[in-house]
Every structure is written in structure tokens, then in C-alpha cells.
Design a protein around this ligand. Structure first.
Ligand SMILES: [Zn+2]
Ligand SMILES: [Zn+2]
Length: 261
């Protein structure tokens, strides 16, 4: 591989469920031969929303300062960027917009982690899938993804087909294709998220047929390991790049919230 590689989906212990210091993530990226990284930790949300799984608003300055220190330490060796993984949850858009205005971020991922009050990617609540009609679940999920794409708040959509995480695959696909039309129309990118290869479904997000459909619509991809520990940085990026290039897709990064080839 000759093109410079960036891992643009990394967490830090500030979210409460990741380990390793930001410096260790950066060192892991250097060791893996990457050119750069972008930290995208789970952003602060209103107090009532999912508090154990994200930094608190008061911790935002600490997050920024920690990553800026890593930027200085690795200057000239690794391009270290600073972003956020935001949640899209109807009603919280104003709060999210406020946080996004607090700093000049490089890259903001918009992710849907909740259907109503159900955190559907939390292993603790996986039994809920048995209570649901999968077709309806995916229709509801992709309607939220379209809302995220239309909100104008985000640069990319996170782990597009996340409800498949535990093996509950989408057997229809129409809602996903419609969401891709909206994502393309809004000019957004997709997080090519290799964490799926570490989950029960054992498949990156998005699935190969969705990667193909996205590439056909001109939607670019941003590589992300979704690392929650340094050893996951750059996870299976060679496979990711191959999966994208094989279907004529392109890989981009973001800096100052602008897309770079
Ligand atoms: Zn996380
Ligand atoms: Zn996520």
C-alpha cells in the first residue's frame, strides 16, 4: 500500500469504556505505519442521554488539551487530528450544534446508537432483538440515519449498518439503499468501520454490497478502526482499502471539516 493511511475513528478513556492513553494510540498508529489519526471520542450529550458511555460536557476542555498535547509530541512524525463521534437522536440537535461550535474540529461522525430508549448496540440489551420485527427495525433505523444525514451537523455517517452487530442482518436492504441516496445527496462520507470484523457479525460496517452501492453513488469512505484500546488502531486496514478499491470507491480524510483526497 502506498497511499497515506489515516485512522479517523479513535476513542479515549474519557468516554468511560476505552483504555490506553491518547499518546499510546498515536504510538500504535506510528508502529502500524499510518500517516495520521483523528481522535473521535463520544461527544458530550444532554445529561439524560446515555451518560455512562461518553465524556461529560465539563470534560471537553480536557479532551481538547490532551489531544493537542499529543499533536505537539508527534509533530513531524504523525498527523494528529481532533474530532468527535456525535450521536444523532431527534431532539438533541441544538445541544449537539452547541458542542460542535465550541471548537474547530477536524471531523465529526454522526452515529445512531439508539432506537427510542433502546441502545441496540449494547450487548446487555441484545435480547430485545427477539422482540422486534427486523424489517421494521431497519426501516426505523435508516429513517434516523437519513435524519442524521439531513441535519447538516456531520461530515460522515458512523458504522452505517450497525444493527447487524450481533448477527441480525438486514435481509431487505431497500431502506439502506434509500439512506445511501440521501447521504449521497447531502454530500456526506461514510465511516468504513473495521470494528465490525471484531464483533459477532464478523463483517466490517458497511457490508460489502452497501460499500458497492455507496461507491456507485460517489460516496467516499473514511477509514476507522473504532479503537477503544491502542492495539486496535489501524485494525485490518489493508482489507478495508481492498474492499473499497475493488468496487471503485475512494478513501478520504477530513481536516478542518473539509474533505481531503
Ligand atoms: Zn465507544
Ligand atoms: Zn459508534
Amino acid at each position: 500500500m502506498t497511499a497515506p493511511l489515516y485512522d479517523s475513528h479513535l476513542h479515549t478513556p474519557l468516554c468511560g469504556h476505552a483504555s490506553g492513553t491518547p499518546r499510546e494510540y498515536a504510538q500504535a498508529a506510528l508502529d502500524a505505519g499510518l500517516s495520521g489519526i483523528c481522535f473521535t471520542d463520544h461527544m458530550p450529550m444532554p445529561r439524560w442521554y446515555d451518560p455512562p458511555w461518553r465524556m461529560r460536557l465539563e470534560q471537553l476542555p480536557e479532551y481538547i488539551a490532551q489531544i493537542q498535547a499529543v499533536q505537539r509530541d508527534f509533530a513531524g512524525r504523525l498527523d494528529v487530528r481532533l474530532g468527535l463521534e456525535a450521536d444523532f437522536h431527534p431532539g438533541t440537535e441544538k445541544f449537539v450544534e452547541g458542542v460542535l461550535n465550541m471548537h474547530d474540529w477536524d471531523y465529526v461522525i454522526g452515529s445512531v446508537h439508539y432506537l427510542g430508549a433502546w441502545g441496540f448496540d449494547n450487548p446487555e440489551f441484545v435480547v430485545e432483538y427477539e422482540e422486534r420485527d427486523l424489517g421494521g427495525l431497519y426501516r426505523d433505523y435508516y429513517a434516523l440515519v437519513e435524519g442524521a444525514a439531513r441535519s447538516g451537523l456531520f461530515d460522515a455517517i458512523g458504522h452505517l449498518d450497525l444493527p447487524k452487530k450481533f448477527g441480525h442482518r438486514d435481509h431487505d436492504g431497500q431502506a439502506a439503499l434509500h439512506a445511501l441516496d440521501v447521504i449521497a445527496g447531502q454530500g456526506l462520507a461514510l465511516d468504513f468501520n473495521t470494528a465490525g470484523w471484531r464483533k459477532p457479525v464478523a463483517e466490517a460496517y458497511p457490508a460489502p454490497d452497501l460499500v458497492r452501492a455507496a461507491a456507485a453513488r460517489g460516496i467516499p469512505f473514511v477509514l476507522g478502526s473504532d479503537a477503544h484500546q491502542p492495539g486496535e488502531v489501524g485494525f485490518r486496514f489493508a482489507d478495508a482499502v481492498k474492499g473499497i478499491r475493488d468496487v471503485g470507491g475512494k478513501v478520504v480524510t477530513f481536516r478542518g471539516r473539509k474533505m481531503h483526497p
